[in-house]
Design a protein around this ligand. Structure first.
Ligand code: CP3
Length: 344
């Protein structure tokens, strides 16, 4: 029998409500902060399988979760494509400016081999997971990767990436093609190593006009999924087109995705009618509720469970767990969902 998460994503009845949380490993866990001291350079940390296996397992020791997510970062892709990437304390990622078209001309898919340590993390992580726990591999969506590559940092409205997209469209399209091929092969390699569910993080999809959402979120995602399915037809792919609004409905029906991670602001009725009619959803508790905890968190969780479990729900947050989150709240939230299920 398949595991709870995999069952739900492949349209079978799961033995229980699958739960996992975006960014379930990381800075809100004191044991992660301690482990992190062993390798101050975050890129090097991500390329150290031993440390990454341990980081991925930390939340699994604390909480009763149905999936473990590979510990790595979406910015390993710009890094292996030849762009310098570093992570600065209290700032976040900093990427060196790209020289066009040289950067595009020196593209070589073989650079993906530099990510062997990531595949090793998957192989060793799998050995440490209970058989009923799924292993999620991931990548950034191509638009989101392009955002970081073009702005060189986290930029709230993505002006830099949008300006480049509208003014240097030819270069931009080539960059998107390169990223589409790279992400496809990267995810296939993760599946080969043992990931049995994939998530694509398109964290910045919500800033795009509808036309460009079609071209740079829906189309590349559909291409990536077609490529994956050709090799591994059974592997479910969860999409996270953050803040996509009404475009999430097009994303659900036009990409071949198995489930969508929805935002906290998407109304239940709209989700049921436009997404759950086709595929299951994942989410969608506001991450700040997990910071606050208590009655506010439980009420909101119950509301999600009452509304979305009937037609396929992976319980989780609408975005990643933030560093200020007390781990006890994640424990209480997970126990609350298990208890709710026992009563229903
Ligand atoms: O459990 C997990 O999910 C851990 C694996 C993971 C990380 N990043 C580790 C990480 C995953 C799945 C990601 C995805 C990721 N990385 C996204 C998509 C999800 C989202 O949050 O929208 C994005 C946009 C990034 C890029 C990134 N990486 C940023 C902007 C930052 C700095 C701020 C932040 O969010 O932490 C990172 C660093 C990063 N990635 C850390 C971790 C644990 C913190 C590094 C540290 O200082 O120890």
């Amino acid at each position: 029998m398949k595991n709870p998460l995999e069952s739900l994503l492949t349209k079978q009845r799961p033995s229980r409500i699958p739960i996992w949380y975006m960014r379930q490993a990381g800075r809100y866990l004191p044991e992660y902060m301690k482990l992190r001291q062993e390798e101050p350079d975050f890129i090097k940390f991500c390329l150290n399988s031993k440390l990454c296996v341990e980081a991925a397992l930390q939340p699994m020791c604390r909480f009763d979760l149905d999936a473990s997510i590979l510990f790595a970062d979406i910015l390993l892709i710009p890094y292996i494509l030849g762009q310098k990437v570093k992570f600065e304390k209290n700032i976040g990622p900093l990427l060196e400016p790209i020289n066009f078209p040289n950067f595009l001309d020196k593209y070589d898919i073989n650079n993906l081999k530099k990510l062997k340590p990531v595949y090793k993390t998957i192989i060793n992580l799998k050995k440490n997971l209970k058989p009923e726990v799924d292993l999620i591999g991931f990548s950034g969506g191509v638009w989101t990767l392009a955002c970081y590559m073009l702005a060189g940092r986290s930029e709230p409205n993505q002006e830099s990436a949008k300006k480049f997209m509208f003014s240097k469209t030819e270069y931009f399209d080539r960059l998107i093609d390169i990223l589409t091929e790279t992400v496809s092969e990267y995810l296939i390699a993760q599946i080969e190593a043992g990931a049995n569910v994939i998530q694509i993080f398109d964290s910045w999809s919500g800033v795009l006009p509808a036309t460009q959402f079609e071209s740079y979120v829906i189309k590349p995602t559909a291409k990536i999924i077609t490529k994956i399915k050709k090799r591994y037809s059974e592997i479910p792919v969860i999409g996270f087109p953050r803040n996509a609004g009404a475009m999430a409905a097009n994303y659900a029906t036009q990409t071949g995705i198995s489930a969508i991670s929805i935002d906290p602001n998407q109304p239940f009725d709209w989700v049921k009618k436009n997404i759950q009619k086709h595929i299951p959803v994942q989410g969608n508790l506001d991450p700040q509720l997990a910071v606050v905890g208590g009655v506010a968190m439980f009420n909101a969780a119950e509301n999600i469970l009452n509304n979305l479990t009937e037609n396929g729900l992976v319980f989780g947050l609408g975005h990643g767990i933030v560093p200020q989150t007390p781990p006890e709240n994640i424990l209480a939230l997970t126990q609350f969902v298990r208890e709710w299920e026992r009563k229903h």
